[in-house]
Ligand binder design. Structure first.
Ligand code: ADP
Ligand code: MG
Ligand code: MG
Length: 885
């Protein structure tokens, strides 16, 4: 026989799956001997059965009534007993806390008779009628489905009629009248009377709490918090205690330390002569918890004692709900409390110092997401007004700047020392210079993995994307929101953590944690706590952390942030800007000599880039990827060119020969699916001289650094391999160039040659590929794209939100690695690669390298390192440490 009900005296904190968080913790407090009003918990399993069958689980009623009998015996009163009623609360409580999402019904057991008994036994008529009207209100809305606003309106009208400022201004007669109004309201709205039978009230309340699991707001909350829909809620049935019995009663919430800063010392709010729901509802102003010490020193000192007990027992910050009934303290709830990022680090350090937890446990209690939050400057939220628009918080932080509407303008103004916000419908690689120049990027289209979002996150730049309410007009150099128009140059404040845009310059608060990563300066207790967590993580992690960096500046920053090398140096960024002309010349070359001349012109520039990066990363590995994107990405846009030529023709001027040639090339090279076209290793194999030029630049840079007394450690990485044959051919060319340069210079240049694993075929034939590859680096962006068959640039806007809504996946596979599919391919590749080449080095260089959850998977999969953007390096270090515990 399944058992559906447990008394508080039977449960414990590790039964949260079955009893829900609230029930498990009520049981734990009971076991600790704290004053908890007695009660019992109906299990989540009963709820699941109810939700799947639609009916009350067999035997549940019986179990509830048995447990009720035990409560009644102990109390010496029966539920709803007319002369002296036992009253109950019926409280929801799921495995994971879902604050305010589901329902609680207080004062079960009151009816037209027992309300009179309660008045007599308590000695307060006002209290009895107040309790009855609360029951009608909660039961009426939660169980019987009456719109709760109707009750609130009736109450407000009554207060107005009586001239009462708040609910304390209503006397017993007023409240008795209100009870009649409420009963009538229920009858009108439902065609049914409020059930007078206490047993029936209890039964219906329990089922209503089950049902509240599936109300719309609870579903939405679960989706946002990634809580599975199938868990169900437990129901706690508990003896009522009363905070509304007069001035020596009251209710409050408390924390064992400050949940905002983490600093030690009790912290909370108290409301005299009130039930707990009033504290959070904000119907009257609460007083700070210390006031309770003045009003009732004994209850206050007991409370402080219980809080100390709880913190020592849970070994963590606890939050608490309590009620004082005529001077006597009752504990109604506790749990390990939610906290800010700042508090998380501070508490972990302090509890470690106090010896309550180990350094390992301290590390587990902080997270990479929290760390990231601490590194961004923030707006001082106390002083900003309403936002102009909302979008998706794509890349956190706070930035202020003048609105500009194209990349060139952003660059121009930034060069003149102005701070700008680049506003676009969406961004493309052409906007890159403007994005670099801007403080923040704001787009009206695209999701969390749109170009703007990904690039901005990579650069640690603030970004709000998909702000659909704004209409961007790049020609007119303005955007509109409703009837507001924002012209170019207007100052905006962009909050990438909240996804909001404000007019004007909101004041910023700097991040001391960021300063610590930049300079090592430990300016306050929080920074010290962060530094300690980082040190511990570095001490325990097995996974190396490298950075994706394409410039000496990024490389130097990554190094300051603790990167142990570069895992991905993209060479395509080196083909942009002024060098475009040279790249064009190479593409348009008609003869070998023309092509060689173009490549020769590019060589010294590339060499210079590599020299700078190798210098910044001296002594550490720098993995350089050979050119990856299709060549036509470096040519002008097809339509743009055609328009330019047509315009010239219309004006009667001769068409530019260069433009005509370009258009010809663009047309010739056009691909329907460039991401699956002529790119990566394929390009290297068909564009003569390209690989040789890049490898020569790397080799000569190595020689230069060596001669300067440095320790350059370049590694050459070949992108988009499908088969070992491709790698074999490229590698021959690479080795030849390395040998040539060694001979010419007299300096022996040896660079490991490895490959990206970013196509399913490569992963599945990794054993063969490892014969030629000296290392693997998983390009998880492309691997995700090709494994799922998702075009990263298209799927987001097209249907990802629908897929998330339908629960097809809980998080975009471009954000967090898909363990089952993409992850499986990686595991196969690691195993077969290492079997073929023992000790084969494996790393990850996709966006996932800086994603906390993915880092844990990479650790478990046995990779050697992750590589991520410089700004994510501390996050990856921290998570790699946590993963190792
Ligand atoms: P939530 O999960 O939304 O916090 P609770 O189950 O904690 O809901 O109930 C809300 C409030 O109802 C509590 O904060 C408490 O003040 C009050 N309450 C619940 N059970 C009792 C009880 N047995 N006696 C007195 N007040 C109670
Ligand atoms: Mg509560
Ligand atoms: Mg790739």
């Amino acid at each position: 026989m399944v058992r559906y009900v447990y008394a508080f005296t039977e449960g414990s904190r590790d039964m949260a799956d079955l009893l829900g968080g609230k029930g498990a913790n009520l049981a734990e407090m009971t076991r600790l001997g704290l004053p908890v009003p007695p009660g019992f918990t109906v299990t989540t399993e009963a709820c699941r059965t109810f939700l799947t069958t639609g009916g009350e689980p067999a035997g549940l009623a019986r179990e509830i009534s048995d447990h009720l009998t035990v409560l009644e015996r102990a109390a010496g009163r029966r539920l709803g007993q007319p002369d002296d009623p036992l009253l109950l609360s019926v409280r929801s409580g799921a495995r994971f806390s879902m604050p305010g999402m589901m329902e609680t019904i207080l004062d079960i057991g009151l009816n037209d008779d027992s309300v009179l008994g309660l008045a007599k036994s308590s000695g307060s008529e006002r209290f009895a009628w107040d309790s009855y009207r609360r029951l009608l209100q909660m039961f009426g809305s939660t169980v019987m489905g009456v719109d709760s606003a109707l009750f609130e309106n009736a109450m407000a009208r009554l207060k107005e009629d009586c001239g009462a400022v708040d609910d304390l201004g209503l006397d017993a007669a007023d409240l008795a009248g209100l009870v009649e109004t409420y009963k009538e309201l229920i009858r009108q709205e439902t065609g049914e009377s409020f059930p007078q039978s206490p047993a029936r009230q209890l039964q219906r309340a329990v089922l209503a709490v089950f049902q509240s699991w599936n109300v719309e707001r609870a579903r939405l909350y679960r989706r946002r918090e990634h809580i599975p829909d199938g868990l169900g809620t437990a129901v706690n049935v508990q003896t009522m205690v009363f905070g509304n019995l007069g001035p020596d009663s009251g209710s409050g919430v408390a924390f064992t330390r400050d949940p905002a800063t983490g600093r030690a010392g009790v912290y909370g709010d108290y409301l005299a002569n009130a039930q707990g729901e009033d504290v959070v509802a904000g119907i009257r102003n609460t007083m700070p918890l210390e006031e309770l010490g003045r009003l009732n020193p004994e209850a206050f000192s007991r409370l402080c004692g219980h809080m100390a007990t709880l913190e020592a027992h849970y070994r963590d910050l606890c939050d608490i709900e309590f009620t004082v009934e005529r001077g006597r303290l009752w504990m109604l709830q506790t749990r390990v409390g939610k906290r800010t990022a700042e508090a998380a680090f501070t508490i972990a350090a302090e509890l470690t110092d106090e010896g309550l937890i180990t350094a390992d446990e301290g590390l587990v209690r902080v997270s990479g997401d929290e760390l990231a939050r601490l590194t961004f400057p923030r707006f001082d939220t106390s002083t900003i007004g309403d936002p102009l628009a909302h979008g998706i918080p794509a890349s956190p932080g706070a930035a202020v700047g003048a609105a500009v509407f194209d990349s060139a303008e952003a660059v121009r103004r930034a060069a003149a020392g102005e701070k700008v916000v680049l506003v676009r419908e969406e961004t493309t690689p052409d906007d890159l210079p403007g994005m670099v120049a801007a403080q923040a990027v704001l787009t009206s289209r695209g999701g969390k993995t749109s170009h703007a979002a990904v690039v901005a996150r990579g650069m640690g730049k603030v970004c709000v994307c998909g702000a659909e309410k704004i209409g961007v007009d790049p020609q007119g150099r303005r955007f509109t929101v409703g009837d507001i128009t924002v012209e170019e140059g207007t100052v905006l404040s962009v909050d990438g953590s909240e996804g909001a845009v404000y007019p004007g310059a909101a004041p910023l608060v700097d991040s001391a944690v960021m300063r610590y990563f930049e300079t090592g300066e430990r300016s306050d207790g929080l920074v010290d706590a962060v530094a300690r967590a980082m040190q511990h993580a570095d001490g325990v992690r097995r996974l190396g952390v490298r950075a994706n960096a394409d410039t000496p500046e990024d490389a130097a920053r990554a190094r300051r942030f603790g990167a142990e090398g570069i895992g991905l140096c993209r060479t395509e960024h080196m083909f942009l800007g002024d060098r475009r002309r040279l790249v064009e010349a190479m593409i348009l070359a008609r003869t070998d000599t023309e092509r060689e001349r173009a490549l020769d012109a590019l060589l010294p520039l590339q060499r210079q880039d590599f020299t700078g990066i190798l210098e910044a990363m001296d002594g550490l590995p720098v993995t350089i990827r050979l050119l990856d994107p299709p060549l036509h990405e470096f040519l002008p846009d097809r339509t743009e060119l055609a328009v330019r030529l047509a315009a010239a023709e219309a004006h009667g001027s001769p068409p530019s020969e260069h433009d005509a040639e370009l258009l010809d090339a663009v047309n010739r090279m056009h691909e329907e699916n460039p991401m699956l076209g002529l790119r990566g290793v394929r390009l290297g194999l068909v564009a003569p001289g390209l690989v040789a030029m890049q490898v020569r630049a790397i080799a000569e840079a190595t020689v230069e650094r060596r001669r300067a007394g440095g320790d350059p450690r370049a590694e050459i990485m070949v992108p988009l391999i499908d088969t070992v044959e491709e790698l074999r051919l490229v590698r021959q060319e690479v080795e030849q160039v390395l040998a040539d340069v060694s001979e010419e210079s007299g300096v022996s240049v040896v660079c490991p040659v490895g490959t990206m694993i970013e196509l399913p075929r490569a992963a599945l034939t990794a054993g063969r590929i490892a014969e030629e590859a000296q290392f693997f680096s998983f390009g998880t962006n492309d691997l995700t794209q090709t494994t799922w068959g998702f075009s990263r640039d298209d799927v987001e806007a097209a249907f990802f939100s629908a897929y998330l809504d339908k629960g097809i996946f809980k998080v975009s596979p471009f954000e967090t690695i898909d363990r089952d599919g993409v992850g499986r391919l990686m595991e196969i590749a690691v195993a077969e690669g290492r079997a073929a080449r023992p000790g084969l080095k494996t790393g990850v260089c996709g966006e996932h390298g800086g994603d906390p959850e993915s880092v844990h998977f990479f650790h478990a999969a046995g990779l050697d390192y992750v590589s991520c953007s410089p700004f994510r390096v501390p996050v990856a270090r921290l998570e790699a440490g946590r993963a190792a515990l």
